[in-house]
Design a protein around this ligand. Structure first.
Ligand SMILES: [Mg+2]
Length: 191
């Protein structure tokens, strides 16, 4: 397969943007607890920080997005810019696939924060898809950190690299521990 036709579907939160690092700062404010009390090793759902159900998670997440500009205030994951640019320069097509439109009537801000973040962090991309069901967006290679999304994509036979973090340690290979790993795996895919 020529790499000029290869589409890489890239998730944002937890893959390009340090979602858990920024959420930890915001959660420390939200709970009024010193940040050191909130472990960095978290599982999906953030029970380690005292979140016990979906509505608590949603409240914290909504506060983060609407009051603390979560989508424009995260640090970039190291290597994302460098290796995505390298892949893009080599002919891969970068397609961002993110589920960020989950708050009604907040879409303009969510999209604005997202595109500002992508531009200001120098992330190259041609396509930007806001969608919950990631399997509905075509790509040849998917980079994803959410355990559920990885399982769902793989169950459809889609080539999915699990971008490693503390929420997905139970997910099997292929796993990337860094953006360099992603780069190497994408290159291996075309040879
Ligand atoms: Mg994610």
């Amino acid at each position: 397969m020529s790499k000029n036709s290869i589409v890489i579907g890239v998730d944002l939160d937890g893959v390009c943007a340090d979602f858990y690092g920024r959420m930890r700062q915001i959660a420390s404010e939200w709970f009024e607890r010193p940040i050191d009390e909130l472990p960095e090793e978290v599982s999906w759902g953030l029970s380690e920080w005292g979140i016990t159900n979906q509505s608590q998670y949603d409240s914290l997440h909504r506060f983060a997005v609407t009051q603390r500009e979560l989508f424009s205030s995260m640090e970039a994951i190291p290597g994302a810019r460098k290796y995505l640019r390298q892949l893009s320069d080599e002919g891969f097509r970068i397609r961002i696939i993110t589920h960020r439109l989950f708050i009604h009537y907040f879409h303009a801000a969510a999209v604005q924060q997202t595109v500002n973040w992508l531009d200001s962090h120098g992330i190259p991309y041609w396509d930007l898809c806001f969608v919950k069901e990631k399997t509905q967006v075509g790509a040849d290679i998917y980079i994803e950190d959410s355990p559920e999304n990885v399982k769902q994509l793989r169950s459809r036979g889609l080539f999915t690299i699990c971008f490693g973090n503390s929420t997905n340690r139970h997910i099997e290979e292929l796993r990337a521990a860094s953006w360099q790993d992603v780069y190497d795996m994408a290159k291996a895919f075309v040879t």
